[in-house]
Design a protein around this ligand. Sequence first.
Ligand code: KIV
Ligand code: ZN
Length: 442
Amino acid sequence: MDRVPITVFDTTLRDGEQSPGCSMNVHEKLRMAYQLDRLGVDVIEAGFPIASDGDFEAVQAIASAVRRPIIAGLARACPKDIERAWEALKGAARPRIHVFLATSDIHLKYKLRISREQCLEQARESVRLAKSFCEDVEFSPEDATRTDRDYLCQVVQAVIDAGATTVNIPDTVGYTMPEEFAEIITMLRERVKGIEAITISVHCHNDLGLAVANTMAALGAGARQVECTINGIGERAGNASLEEIVMATRVRPDRYAYDMAVASEQLYPASQLLSEVTDVPVQPNKAIIGRNAFAHEAGIHQDGVLKNPLTYEIMTPASVGVPDSRLVLGKHSGRHALSLRCEQLGYHFERRELDEVYRRFVVLADQIKHVEDHHLLQLIREARPVAKRMPQHVEAVPPAVIAAAGGKSFHVPGPIERHPLEITLHSVHEHHGDQEDYLWGV
Ligand code: KIV
Ligand code: ZN
């Protein structure tokens, strides 16, 4: 099947940066821009040059340092903004001026205090001005999904006639629904002359948690550019998450036959870097790149994943750059997962020894949420006679412990001395069937 190429427009450094606590300085934006380049996005929206001197410098620095992708700068629909944006962008190998102007009646009446006719004229004139500087001009009718449909068609027609090469349809307040958004894209394709010669883009906010679903629906209706951010950061509830859009197309090519030139194994590194530079953690259950996205705690799931990861994973951790699938050891875990983690820590147990470690593990897991590696090491110390306690491999620090520390070598303090744990032993029934982990995990 022929796959349709989609332009990936990353706005982490502009809309993403507008989310509370996510502002970045020039150096941090540059670090992110290099990673976005490695990730393979087609367009980096580097900032809003009129907003501050720092934003201007960041756009200028990225424009001169990152040469493969298109570098976009945002401007309101007025000469001062457009001139400032061009000033910041003109050193780019592939510059784009992105002009926006609200078009919904509520924005026209209360925010801009202009009539529909004035808005139409301002949109047209701004695109003309941007076009006099730069061949590549994108226009966004802000709050498009709450704009009167006939009027939206008129605005889109006017900006295409004035030279816009991309028209972006933003769901600025995260209000639309997938079917409705698809209808809007279809309507524009049917009613606006010359629209087939330009790129239709979509830009969805996540106020109702539908940003990715709306984006995917718009692709189905003919949009060919997606605007999105790493970790889904952005104004209020955020923007459509880049990693979710990309992986939806990778996991379900049967439904989404689109080609996005993104190196998916760079998704997790990009997410981690963003979290590091903004100091904003990723929610643990965030799809694709959250700490728990590939974690399995329930014994039934752990057993299945160990036998064949496809039982509970629809993509491999490696495909999105997550170093390893992690089995979370907690009270629902089974013997199979425990034994594997012990082996990763360098300990191989005979069945009877494993029973003893497992007996202690179950009791401890009942008392604390997650059994970490240092707890396990303590259990092993207590469960095994001294002579048999040495790890099978000779490293002072087992490789899995080094890996768990992000590759940094560190001394594992004696957990007994650090956190003495009171473990009361109860009797635990013995199960030794073929499906013991399946049954034990329930
Ligand atoms: O959400 C929005 O409408 C925007 C525009 C500037 C594209 O971010
Ligand atoms: Zn936005």
